[in-house]
Design a protein around this ligand. Structure first.
Ligand SMILES: *Cc1c(COP(=O)(O)O)cnc(C)c1O
Length: 384
């Protein structure tokens, strides 16, 4: 990254301070052109050839994400978080071995089990919060990618990024981190030794539940990163210019949203942990959480916007609680300004590591007292 005296927060608010050269607009424009004029000498001096690989609005937004992750080799946007994640796996070769977190975003785990294997990848799922399991599963020379998610859905398991990076690198593999739920506000995986960081930008980076987007960022140039870049250009899993614009707009308020949402999540976790109708709260910020010590070491500014609660009354109690909320919105996804509640096991289906009594909570920007009161009343209603 170019040296700058300004902090990530200042740069994100101003979309890197770029001014449109034609109009002097302070807001980056949405570029829709799919094709660009070729110079008389047959070159493309603008650097833009065709809309699939080349879009200035997308590049503007990628610059912000690369800055937030301090990614020396830059960031790449994709049409979704899944498109970003799967681009990493599809940039491997048949027969390559992958070690991945057993507790991870459910749709990606399912894709790895059903699709990645058809491409000839061999995937082992281990509890990556236990580095001894990561070490035991890696096969030097054959393991090409270690994929971790931290904190991971929906138990908020914490994996030691620096420790996992050391193990991956000793085996000759790359470490990629799905950092969606930590976000660059709390964790910088590249600075901790990871090679690639992935975000479902649909979540807190955009933050307004109105654009589906994914991102990858890499600390340095490498054969693998070049392959991912070519994969995106060729495969065409690109983000549309308008979604890239919305994401850039969302990123302007990223720091204030992330800070407030993490504070609300922490306050809810503490109050819910003392609630008589709650069996257990899962949040890395709580000292009793199994991943708390590692989280305290590798996360800054708090512990994120996601938490889960296991309520008294088992699955029926959890479903009845979700049914009774009024302010919380009963929906999947996370990271938006509106707080969401979800009975997670019913969306994940058979084989899920998610307990049946678990409700996943995404803390938004509403008044934290209102959010607590709504949950308290819903749990009392469900228990009555
Ligand atoms: C949502 C999510 C994804 C997938 O992102 P999409 O944009 O929905 O494709 C991947 N990982 C995590 C942790 C997520 O929350």
């Amino acid at each position: 990254m170019a040296e700058t005296p300004w902090s990530p927060r200042s740069l994100a608010v101003q979309a890197m301070g770029r001014i449109d050269p034609l109009t002097r607009a302070v807001v980056p424009p949405v570029h829709l052109a799919t094709t660009f004029i070729r110079d008389p000498d047959n070159s493309y001096s603008s650097g833009y050839v065709y809309g699939r690989p080349d879009n200035a609005t997308v590049r503007d937004t990628e610059a912000v994400i690369a800055m937030l992750e301090d990614a020396g080799a830059g960031a790449l946007l994709f049409s979704s978080g899944m498109a970003a994640a799967t681009a990493c796996f599809m940039s491997l070769d048949p027969g390559d071995h992958v070690v991945a977190s057993a507790v991870m975003y459910w749709a990606l785990r399912r894709w790895l089990l059903t699709e990645a294997t058809r491409w000839g990848l061999v995937v082992d799922f281990v509890e990556t919060d236990d580095l001894a399991q990561v070490e035991a599963a890696t096969r030097p020379g054959t393991t090409k990618l270690v994929w971790i998610e931290t904190p991971s859905n929906p138990l908020w398991t914490v994996t030691d990024i620096a420790g996992a990076a050391a193990i991956a690198h000793r085996a000759g593999a790359i470490l990629a981190v799905d950092s969606t739920c930590a976000s660059p506000f709390h964790t910088r995986p590249l600075a901790l030794g990871a090679d690639i960081v992935m975000h479902a930008a649909t979540k807190i980076l955009n933050g307004h539940s109105d654009a589906v987007a994914g991102a990858l960022a890499s600390g340095r140039e490498s054969e693998f990163w070049d392959r991912v870049r070519r994969f995106r250009a060729g495969n065409g899993a690109i983000i549309g210019p308008f979604e890239a614009y919305l994401l850039n707009r969302g990123l302007k308020t990223f720091h204030v949203r992330a800070e407030t949402q993490a504070r609300t999540a922490a306050a809810l976790a503490e109050r819910l942990a003392a609630h008589p109708l709650v069996a257990r709260v899962l949040y890395p910020g709580l000292p009793q959480h199994p991943g708390h010590d590692v989280a305290a070491r590798q996360m800054a500014n708090g512990f994120g916007y996601m938490l889960s609660v296991q309520v008294n009354g088992g699955e029926a109690g959890a479903v009845a609680t979700a049914a009774a909320v009024r302010l919380w919105k009963r929906a999947t996804s996370l990271g938006g300004v509106e707080s969401l509640i979800e009975h997670r096991a019913s969306i994940e289906g058979p084989g899920t590591p998610c307990p049946a009594d678990l409700l996943r909570l995404s803390a938004g920007l509403e008044d934290p007292d209102d959010l607590f009161r709504d949950l308290d009343e819903a749990m009392r209603h469900a228990a009555a």
